[in-house]
Design a protein around this ligand. Structure first.
Ligand code: PLP
Length: 385
């Protein structure tokens, strides 16, 4: 009986869709010609090889824009969310230098944001790291009070990569803009998982990444609200002037085409996928609760991404549990640290006990996750504990 699901399962069961996703076969198909027949440089203006590549890039730009309620000129292609974060935060810190040197962010951002902020501290910026409560929620009143006359930029992520907790970035952006500062959001986890629209918001910048939404690794984008913001930002990479001078270097046409196709598919299918994932995630949490009454769902009382479950069984070490489970690809909650510190700064900021932090695993479902895989996972966790 226990072996029944095994027969139909491909192992390992992948439940780490927050770390990366496989490329959708339709995306791969769409990319293929751009490694071969359509190999032109999108900046070549003198022949059809260049024009064809350019046309494909612009089609992708429209598809990315459409997924987030933006228009094509608001999208700058980069190598991924990390680069987008660097471009936006360093670029605006440099541009705003005359006005002030104060930046506000949260204690639970991805390392891409936190490390950029730490770097900016070494070159004269003053950074405030806003706390979150025990549910992982951000209090907008705390944000309001942290704003100073010299605040130039506020960076708040849309959805947290460890807990899935969603922040009210639209409201936060309005508070910040009213104050006269700029607002950046790291939307890498939310875009493609839940409907996201930047239409008529006060969000100035947003970072996204193709490989978190079934596109290829090495492509991402920075959304920039207005032409004037675009002009004020200081680029990281100087050179041939691609992407209106904001990001020089020959465009990665195949990856950009794949990113566009992934966004087009997400636009059509994400709501269905999210609904299915929510059912699977809720089933997982309910069953784990039934097995382990002491189970803690970290961020469980907050509005969360429907695909993510971050949970701890107090007294059980996540590392040991994952090793025992073997054939399931899940992450310790601190996996996003890239093996740096080994402890989760997110759960720490939520005031979790050390035993909860050490026991935290993150299970993240995706569009290829099947019910049998979840049942197998529950079984493996039960046996391993
Ligand atoms: C994955 C991730 C990043 C980094 O994205 P890359 O495209 O891999 O550079 C940044 N922020 C969040 C919230 C992420 O989940």
């Amino acid at each position: 009986m226990n072996d029944a699901p095994l027969a139909s399962l491909t192992l390992p069961v992948y439940l780490d869709y927050c770390a990366t996703t496989p490329v959708d076969p339709r995306v791969r198909e769409k990319m293929m010609p751009y490694f071969g027949t359509v190999f032109g440089n999108a900046s070549s203006r003198d022949h059809s090889c260049g024009w064809d590549a350019r046309e494909a890039v612009e089609e992708a730009r429209s598809a990315v824009a459409e997924l987030i309620g933006a228009s094509a000129p608001q999208i700058v292609f980069t190598s991924g969310a990390t680069e987008s974060v660097n471009l936006a935060i360093k670029g605006m810190a440099a541009a705003g230098r005359k006005r002030g040197n104060h930046i506000i962010t949260t204690a639970v951002e991805h390392h891409a944001v936190l490390e950029v902020c730490r770097y900016l501290e070494t070159v004269g910026c003053d950074v405030t790291y806003l706390p979150v409560d025990s549910c992982g929620k951000l209090d907008l009143e705390v944000l309001r009070q942290a704003l100073r006359p010299e605040t130039v930029l506020v960076a708040v992520m849309h959805a947290n990569n460890e807990t899935g907790v969603i922040f009210p970035v639209g409201e936060a952006a309005s508070i910040v803009r009213e104050h006269g500062a700029l607002f950046f959001t790291d939307a890498t986890q939310s875009v493609g998982k839940i409907p996201v629209s930047f239409t008529d918001t006060n969000i100035g910048f947003a970072a996204l990444s193709a490989h978190k939404l079934y596109g290829p690794k090495g492509a991402g984008a920075l959304y920039i609200r207005s032409e004037s913001l675009r002009k004020s930002i200081v680029p990281l990479i100087h050179g041939g002037g691609q992407e209106t001078g904001l990001r020089s270097g020959t465009l990665n046409v195949p990856a950009i085409v794949g990113f566009g196709e992934a966004c087009r598919i997400a636009k059509n299918e994400l709501e269905e996928d999210a609904k299915r994932c929510r059912v699977l995630r809720d089933h997982l949490e309910k069953e784990l609760h039934r097995c382990f009454s002491s189970l803690k769902i970290n961020g469980g009382e907050s509005l969360r991404l429907p695909q993510v479950c971050n949970c701890s069984i107090p007294g059980i070490s996540a590392r040991d549990l994952i090793r025992k489970m073997g054939t399931i690809a899940v992450a310790t909650a601190s996996a996003c640290s890239g093996g740096l510190s080994g402890t989760s700064h997110v759960l720490k900021a939520m005031g979790c006990d050390q035993s909860v932090i050490d026991g935290a695993i993150r299970l993240c479902a995706g569009k290829y996750t099947r019910r049998e895989e979840i049942d197998y996972t529950i079984e493996r966790i039960r046996n391993s504990v």
